[in-house]
Design a protein around this ligand. Structure first.
Ligand code: PLP
Length: 356
């Protein structure tokens, strides 16, 4: 099912950034955005591509008071032949609907949502940067927008897509990161909202992240919220370890975000003959493996960085170096394989790419 869309083009298009090596992340936005309104009575209506600009929001709007918001993050990549492609976009749309269901926000027809995205990208295609490693970051989101303060599943919501040209994540080469295992705050609990991609999860995670940064760490590694024993994920990335030749990654217990990069890495690793275990992994087991030398590699996985090698783990006053603080061979191979598929320089054996 396709949603009807009206298009209003800007009469003041912005100049595209000239220096693509200085795009950064999420600071520059394209000329247009997509908006669509939802009401319980009439469903989704008034889909429109309009000039990028502020949203008028009622001061009592649900999103401002009760955090009714979910989002997605994916990228459009420019191939060497000039064409543009997406990586597994339907996975993002399905996950967005799952997040929406958890937060009592309205879902979208999957094919309809993909059609919206493609139409917006067709208008903004010149904004997809060209330099190797750069991309156009796509941020779809849905928020509750009832103009009153009652605490209730919303009758009104807005679906919005904004686009931002972003720089190469590793402009200065892939450097392993220092990660602190968080022992005070928790990100999510089973039955909570950990498996939904919602803004509230991030709001609650900031304190630990700020303190870790002050202490020289890039991000925190979360433990499960109930026993505070098992490894869950890192900031905005899932996490994987190579322990004694086997790949171990926390299983999706309900409090871990089901990453699309995670899922793709598991598939590639299995293709290559690795044993991949999705299971509970305690911090104790992990740090013991680091001590006795069986922890060979550690890395995070997510759309922004693709894979991010972890060179150091910290917990309770102790530092543990991983893989001599260098990128390991499996991490590098995953990075090369995934970026090759995403930018169209390598074969795509699982048909993950959608050409525009
Ligand atoms: C988005 C996200 C990830 C990574 O998911 P990808 O689909 O691989 O980008 C991991 N953890 C959290 C908390 C996230 O929000």
């Amino acid at each position: 099912m396709k949603y009807p869309i009206s298009v209003t083009l800007t009469d003041r298009p912005a100049k595209k950034p000239e220096d693509e090596s200085r795009l950064g992340f999420g600071r520059i936005f394209t000329d247009h955005m997509f908006l669509m309104d939802y009401s319980r009575k009439e469903g989704w209506q008034n889909g429109r591509i309009v000039p990028f600009g502020p949203l008028p929001i009622h001061p009592a709007s649900t999103v401002l008071h009760y955090g009714a918001e979910i989002f997605e993050g994916l990228k459009a990549y420019r191939r060497a032949d000039g064409g543009i492609q997406l990586f597994r976009p339907m996975e993002n749309i399905r996950r967005m609907n799952n997040s929406a269901r958890r937060m009592c926000l309205p879902t979208l027809d999957e094919e309809g949502a993909l059609d919206i995205l493609v139409r917006l990208l067709e208008i903004e295609k010149d904004w997809v940067p060209h330099q190797m490693g750069t991309s156009l970051y796509i941020r779809p989101y849905i928020f509750g927008n009832d103009p009153h303060l009652g605490v209730h599943a919303v009758d009104h919501a807005v679906f919005c897509i904004i686009l931002s040209p972003v720089g190469a994540y590793y402009a200065e080469g892939i450097n392993p990161v220092r990660i602190a295992i968080e022992t005070r705050d928790v990100r999510a609990v089973r039955g909570g909202t950990g498996e939904a991609k919602c803004g509230g999860n991030y709001a609650a995670s900031l304190r630990a992240g700020e303190i870790a940064e002050e202490n020289g760490f890039t991000q925190v590694l979360w433990l499960d919220g109930v026993e505070r024993k098992y490894i869950e994920e890192v900031g905005s990335m899932n996490v994987m370890f190579k322990i004694g030749g086997v790949i171990v990654t926390p299983k999706l217990t309900g409090s871990v975000l089901p990453g699309i990069t995670r899922k793709s890495c598991i598939q590639l690793l299995r293709d290559w003959g690795y044993e991949v275990e999705e299971r509970l992994l305690s911090a104790e087991e992990l740090l013991n493996a680091a001590k006795d030398g069986t922890l060979e590699e550690a890395w995070g996985t997510g759309t922004a960085a693709v894979v991010s090698p972890i060179g150091e783990l910290y917990m309770d006053g102790q530092d543990y170096t991983v893989c001599e603080n260098r990128i390991g061979p499996v991490t590098q191979r995953l990075y090369d394989a995934l970026t090759g598929i995403q930018w169209g320089t390598a074969p795509d054996p699982h048909d993950w790419v959608m050409k525009l």
